[in-house]
Design a protein around this ligand. Sequence first.
Ligand SMILES: *Cc1c(COP(=O)(O)O)cnc(C)c1O
Length: 224
Amino acid sequence: MLSRNLEEIILRIEKARIAYSRHQIVKIVAISKYQSVDSIQGLYALGQRAFGENKVQDLKSKSEALEQLPLEWHYVGTLQSNKINALLSLKPFMIQSVHSVEIARELEKRLQRNQQTLKALVQVNSAREESKSGFMPEELLERYAEIEETCPHLRLCGLMSIGAHSDDYALIQKSFETTKNLFDRLKHAEILSMGMSGDFELAIACGGNMVRVGSLLFRKGSFL
Ligand SMILES: *Cc1c(COP(=O)(O)O)cnc(C)c1O
């Protein structure tokens, strides 16, 4: 089932990617929250290397259980300051969800002390939803520059955003376009992480180059 899910997703990504630009490369981060170590291992066997978790505790238990595999772990949850040490001790590949200047500074302090660096994306709340973390679009550029300047151990690589929570295609598209416009105004930014199971093709059509796919990838049974 995993191989069929992955194959279908790769085909759909390829189509969307080529329609956008032949030169666009899109990376899949498999969001493995709610999934077992066995499922992650199954996807690894199919070639998947990047996985994402939204809870530090789950990242810890899964990355430790699978530490013999060369996996790339992405933290995508809203980080609380009392979990920073635990997160950094796991040496994740990247944190995608820097959502405030305060958390960035606290990360910086610990990274500096540990003589460690960490790749990071800054989260934008492009749909302006109260339930979501991240910077409002109008403050993003200024805050991004501030974090870049004051937190050198955080290696900023771009932006992460969650599309509008809506059935209205136009609304989701608008939130992705907002994120893309901000991304285009950043210097040196390479990663635009947007798109999940329900909207990754739209995210790619709007210029996203990293998709975070969970439920569609791990779903059981066939809907074909
Ligand atoms: C859960 C989650 C995803 C994946 O969502 P699906 O709809 O299951 O693909 C992507 N990004 C973040 C930040 C998440 O928390």
